[in-house]
Design a protein around this ligand. Structure first.
Ligand SMILES: [Zn+2]
Length: 287
């Protein structure tokens, strides 16, 4: 399944602008934008616009150009057929990255995000392609056991994606998601088990970072009271700062009672950073 594209970068009369599929119609596209759209990262691959009768609008990559997206781009498709999307999911699922490695990768990515945004508060369309993350640092050497149980060494990339571009198409994937926290909810299920979620600031899909019981029932956690304290501290931080950045790594699952929403399920304190602080730094924070 090809990934839905909501935002594109247009280059008309040498002027670059971000444009959303919802703001286009067939006539605009045919007369003005055709052949002049790329993905929001500014890869070489061309983007086309489709409008269906029932007012469904979307962008997609021109035929056979999927490989022209940079390797770090969410729309990159490898036509060599080495790893298709389904296989890729299975591949990621099959490999258990250790928490320490995940933690390190999240820190690298958070650092690079903070660097990008401190250079310029607003995206400069001319520098669209500089948004591509430094892929080298996201590569992790790991040991993979193949079908013959023979160990071989491979390189695993953690996928980092902007929450803005996450949708139900991503259900079943495991990756790192970054964005801004809109609000924090601490709740209790029918069995009196505490759980929580961070609702992220996104325009198109409802994206939550969810904390199931597994998050506080493992070697890194001192139990539910500590968990509650962590959640309430983040809640306060969000109330004081409406641009609180979060990055977290987990499985993307369907959100109950919300056909357009997804949860990213976080099962360890080592798999999340809020405002560039880890779980323990937040706990020791005097807020
Ligand atoms: Zn691209």
């Amino acid at each position: 399944m090809q990934k839905k594209i909501i935002m594109a970068l247009s280059n008309v009369d040498n002027e670059k602008n971000f444009i959303k599929c919802y703001d286009l119609d067939k006539n605009d596209y045919e007369t003005k934008y055709k052949g002049k759209l790329t993905c929001f990262k500014g890869c070489v691959a061309k983007i086309k616009f489709t409008e269906r009768k029932n007012n469904i609008k979307f962008f997609s990559t021109w035929n056979k150009e999927g490989a022209l997206h940079d390797e770090g781009c969410p729309y990159h498709v490898d036509y060599q057929g080495k790893i298709g999307r389904k296989k890729l999911i299975a591949y990621y699922e099959g490999i258990e990255l250790d928490d320490e490695t995940i933690f390190q990768r999240l820190q690298y990515k958070m650092d690079s995000l903070l660097r990008q945004y401190s250079e310029k508060d607003i995206l400069d369309p001319q520098k669209g392609s500089s948004l591509v993350s430094d892929i080298g640092k996201n590569s992790i050497p790991v040991c993979i056991e193949d079908d013959n149980s023979e160990k071989r060494t491979g390189i695993i990339k953690i996928r980092h994606e902007d929450a803005e571009y996450i949708s139900i198409d991503d259900i079943g994937c495991r990756k790192s998601i970054y964005g801004f926290i809109k609000n924090v909810q601490l709740e209790e299920d029918i069995h009196k088990k505490k759980f929580a979620y961070f609702n992220l600031n996104t325009k198109y899909s409802n994206v939550n970072i969810a904390f199931p019981e597994a998050f506080y029932s493992n070697e890194y956690s001192h139990g539910v009271d500590e968990f509650e304290s962590f959640i309430l501290k983040v809640k306060k931080m969000v109330e004081q700062n409406n641009k609180l950045r979060v990055i977290a790594f987990g499985d993307i699952i369907k959100k109950k009672m919300d056909s357009k929403g997804v949860n990213i399920s976080i099962i360890s304190p080592k798999r999340i950073l809020v405002d560039n602080k880890d779980y323990w730094q937040i706990l020791s924070n005097n807020i």
